[in-house]
Write a protein that binds this ligand. Structure first.
Ligand code: HEC
Ligand code: HEC
Ligand code: HEC
Ligand code: HEC
Length: 122
C-alpha cells in the first residue's frame, strides 16, 4: 500500500512539473518580436529603441539587481510575451503569491506597472 501511494504521488508530481513546463513554453498567441540583431542584449538595443521603458526598468528594483527583460518577455526568439508574462514571479516572490481565483484580479500587472513595479497610479 505504501508503494502505491508513493507511486501515485510521483505521478501527480510529474504531471504538475510537465504541465508547468508546457505552460512556460507557450508564448502569447501571435506574439513575435521584430527580426533584429540578436548579438545585442535586450538592454543594449532597447536603451536606444525604447529609452523611457529602459529607464523605468533601470530605476526599478529589478533594474538595480539587473534582473533582465527576459524574466517577463522571454528570450525574444523561442518565447516571446509582448505584454509580459507573470509566470516566473513566484520563483522569487513566493511571499507575494496571489490566489487570483479568490479576487477580481487576473495578473500581477493589474496592480503593478511591469517596468517601474510601482503600484499603479503612484
Ligand atoms: C537589436 C535591437 C533589439 C534587440 C536586441 C531586442 N529588441 Fe525588442 N524591439 C526592438 C525594436 C526595434 C522593437 C519595435 C519597437 C517599436 O515598435 O517601437 C522591439 C519591440 C519589443 C517589444 C514590444 C513588442 C510589441 O509587440 O509591442 C518588447 C516587449 C521587446 N522588444 C522586448 C525585447 C526583449 C525581451 C529582448 C531581449 C530578449 C529584446 N527586445 C531585444 C529592438 C530590439
Ligand atoms: C516584471 C516584468 C517586466 C519586465 C522585467 C520588463 N517588462 Fe516590458 N512589459 C511588461 C508588461 C506587463 C508590459 C505591458 C504593459 C502594458 O500593456 O501597458 C510590457 C510592455 C513592454 C513593451 C511594449 C510597450 C508598449 O507600449 O507597447 C516594451 C517595448 C517592453 N515592455 C520592453 C521591455 C524591456 C526592454 C525590458 C528590459 C529593459 C522590459 N520590458 C522588462 C513587463 C515587464
Ligand atoms: C530572479 C528573481 C526575480 C523574479 C523572477 C521577479 N522578481 Fe520582482 N524583485 C526581485 C528582487 C531581488 C527585488 C527587490 C527585492 C526587495 O527590495 O525586497 C524585486 C522587487 C519587486 C517588487 C517591489 C518593487 C519595489 O519598488 O518595491 C515588485 C512589485 C516585483 N518585484 C514584482 C515582480 C513581478 C510582478 C514579477 C514577475 C513578473 C517579478 N517581480 C519577478 C527579484 C525578482
Ligand atoms: C490587488 C493588487 C495587487 C496584486 C494583484 C499584486 N500586488 Fe504586489 N503589491 C500590491 C501593493 C498595494 C503593494 C505595496 C505597494 C507599495 O507599498 O508601493 C505590493 C507590493 C509588492 C511587493 C513589494 C514587497 C512587499 O511585500 O511590499 C512585491 C515583491 C509584490 N507586490 C509582488 C507581487 C507579485 C509577484 C504579484 C503577482 C503574483 C503581485 N504583487 C500582485 C498590490 C498587488
Amino acid at each position: 500500500m505504501k508503494n502505491f501511494y508513493l507511486t501515485l504521488l510521483l505521478v501527480i508530481a510529474a504531471a504538475i512539473v510537465s504541465y508547468g513546463f508546457i505552460g512556460a513554453q507557450q508564448s502569447q498567441e501571435g506574439d513575435k518580436h521584430p527580426d533584429v540583431d540578436w548579438n545585442l542584449s535586450c538592454q543594449e538595443c532597447h536603451s536606444e529603441m525604447t529609452p523611457d521603458i529602459y529607464k523605468d526598468w533601470e530605476m526599478s528594483k529589478h533594474g538595480e539587481v539587473d534582473f533582465g527583460c527576459y524574466i517577463c518577455h522571454g528570450d525574444g526568439q523561442e518565447t516571446f510575451y509582448s505584454k509580459g508574462s507573470d509566470e516566473r514571479c513566484a520563483g522569487c516572490h513566493a511571499a507575494q503569491l496571489v490566489e487570483f481565483e479568490k479576487t477580481k484580479f487576473e495578473s500581477c500587472y493589474d496592480c503593478h506597472n511591469g517596468h517601474t513595479l510601482k503600484f499603479h497610479n503612484e
